[in-house]
Design a protein around this ligand. Structure first.
Ligand code: HEC
Length: 153
């Protein structure tokens, strides 16, 4: 019976495969084609905190929808992600406000996200379950849309 074992050539091959994998993964990591927005450190920190709140909000909305509490999901969406959630940073010093430091295209993506959340919220609060479900993916698409186009570091 022929046993499977690694002779010297086997190891050499393994080495070549390993090296290729390293090269490929390095090439993938080095390729970040997203545009970079340079925000003042304080604004970047506010943005990061806001993003963590966004993540919580999305999780809360999905949990409520799954529990068939559509109207509650609408309330959370409007308050935490919708147009009503805008302007939270207005009282902060200018340096700490992310919005005014964003390039217009990036800012517009943020606005689209607020609008998408409010559109979902309107249907959900009206108890239009099917319409709300159809609009639900637009909430996460807004996150994806910006994250795939922009970075701050
Ligand atoms: C307008 C663009 C934009 C939109 C829309 C957006 N993000 Fe972000 N997000 C960013 C940027 C830029 C960062 C990197 C911030 C940094 O660390 O400098 C980020 C970072 C994050 C982080 C990492 C926070 C950390 O601790 O480092 C999370 C989580 C996140 N976003 C969640 C979301 C969710 C959820 C949504 C949708 C509801 C969303 N984001 C929508 C631009 C956006």
């Amino acid at each position: 019976m022929k046993h499977f074992y690694f002779n010297r050539r086997g190891f050499a091959r393994l080495g070549i495969i390993g090296a290729s994998c390293l090269l490929i993964s390095h090439a993938v990591l080095a390729e970040d084609t997203r545009q970079r927005a340079t925000l003042p450190p304080a604004a970047q920190e506010s943005l990061r905190q806001e993003m963590l709140d966004n993540l919580l909000a999305i999780n809360e909305i999905l949990t409520l929808v799954a529990a068939d509490k559509i109207k509650d999901a609408g309330d959370v969406a409007e308050q935490k992600l919708g147009l009503s959630a805008q302007g939270k940073n207005r009282s902060l010093p200018f340096e700490a406000r992310p919005g005014p430091h964003m390039p217009p295209d990036m800012h517009a993506l943020g606005m689209d996200g607020h609008k998408a959340a409010s559109e979902f919220a309107k249907a959900a609060r009206a108890g239009e379950r099917d319409r709300a479900l159809t609009l639900l993916p637009n909430l996460t698409s807004a996150c994806v849309g910006c994250h795939y186009s922009w970075r701050t570091r």
